[in-house]
Design a protein around this ligand. Structure first.
Ligand SMILES: Nc1ncnc2c1ncn2[C@@H]1O[C@H](COP(=O)(O)OP(=O)(O)OP(=O)(O)O)[C@@H](O)[C@H]1O
Ligand SMILES: [Mg+2]
Length: 286
């Protein structure tokens, strides 16, 4: 009897809605490989059976569409104005990845009236049923737009290279994020390395600096990507490295980074609700 009762309770429990994990890919210095990393991680995630959406949140030189050789007609500005729905603005790659072009639409988030904010919020909520993972390809640096998106995300993946300027700029980004938005967890990917030892040195110097000057900030080493001419060739051909060759050094690394991101628990915001996500973006603007 007691067992039956327990079974009944289990049956009647409503299914808990699973919200997508929002991962911002960001950097202090520009040109370190964010957009290509987002593109390849997205493809690797689809191979793991995940439904993926990429939001182009770079209000400067948005180019995730170029990497996938797509030419979107509309952008988020058309959603804000109510002319288009999110679905109509989103373009799909042949892998089924949804690309949401930000265009200059995200630059005006501070100017939105309450009605426009609500439109954006409810449109974003529709993404919850379409994606398991949402990547944000952000611009570089510490401009407020980049910071808002990073702060609102569940995960903040910082990309750096071995160049000293890239390392100091990555530190500066994490410093502002932790001091102004209370972000405590970051993940690091070191790109264009010659070997893993180099990447570990970059990780060591960044985490030493964080331990010394910023208390309670945790940096997790997520992986490194070798310098790979194959990736440059893929860029020239407007294609994704993982699509055109298998077993390349950079491609294999991105596959294993995608694996670890898919498995890893969310550290910054356990409530991955997309309305919460957009609200966090709006809150950051206040
Ligand atoms: N692992 C790699 N090996 C070799 N070249 C690479 C690698 N990763 C990136 N690159 C080169 O760096 C260039 C810039 O990459 P990408 O556009 O992805 O950087 P980004 O960080 O998105 O730049 P931005 O800050 O301008 O948005 C690529 O076109 C490619 O030539
Ligand atoms: Mg980019």
């Amino acid at each position: 009897m007691a067992e039956n009762g327990a079974m009944e309770r289990r049956k009647s429990k409503p299914l808990q809605k699973k919200y997508p994990k929002v991962i911002a890919v960001t950097s202090g210095k520009g040109g370190v490989g964010k957009t290509n990393i987002v593109g390849n991680l997205a493809v690797a995630m689809t191979r793991l059976g995940k439904r993926v959406v990429i939001i182009d949140a770079d209000v400067g030189l948005a180019n995730i569409d170029i990497v996938f050789n797509l030419r979107p007609e509309y952008n988020i500005r058309h959603v804000v104005s109510g002319e288009k729905s999110l679905d109509e603005v989103m373009v799909k790659t042949r892998h089924g990845i949804g690309i949401l072009p930000g265009g200059s639409g995200f630059a005006d988030l501070t100017q939105l009236n309450e009605g426009e904010k609500l439109t954006l919020l409810s449109e974003f909520e529709t993404l919850a049923d379409q994606a398991d993972v949402i990547f944000l390809d952000t611009g570089a640096g510490i401009s407020s737009n980049v910071l808002y998106f990073n702060a609102a995300s569940d995960e903040c993946l910082v990309v750096a290279t071995t160049e000293p300027t890239s390392i100091t700029d990555a530190y500066a980004l994490m410093k502002v994020m932790s001091q102004e938005y209370g972000t405590r967890y970051f993940k690091l990917v070191v790109n264009m390395v010659e070997n893993e030892a180099e990447a570990k040195r970059v990780y060591g110097s960044l985490s030493n600096a964080l331990d010394k000057f910023l208390k309670n900030v945790v940096l997790e080493y997520t992986g490194c990507i070798p310098f790979d001419r194959g990736l440059q060739k893929a860029v020239r051909n407007r294609s994704i490295l993982l699509d055109i060759s298998s077993g390349t050094p950079a491609g294999d690394s991105m596959v294993s980074i995608a694996d670890s991101l898919a498995k890893g628990e969310v550290r910054n915001h356990s409530q991955g609700n997309l309305t919460f996500f957009m609200n966090r973006v709006f809150d950051a603007f206040q």
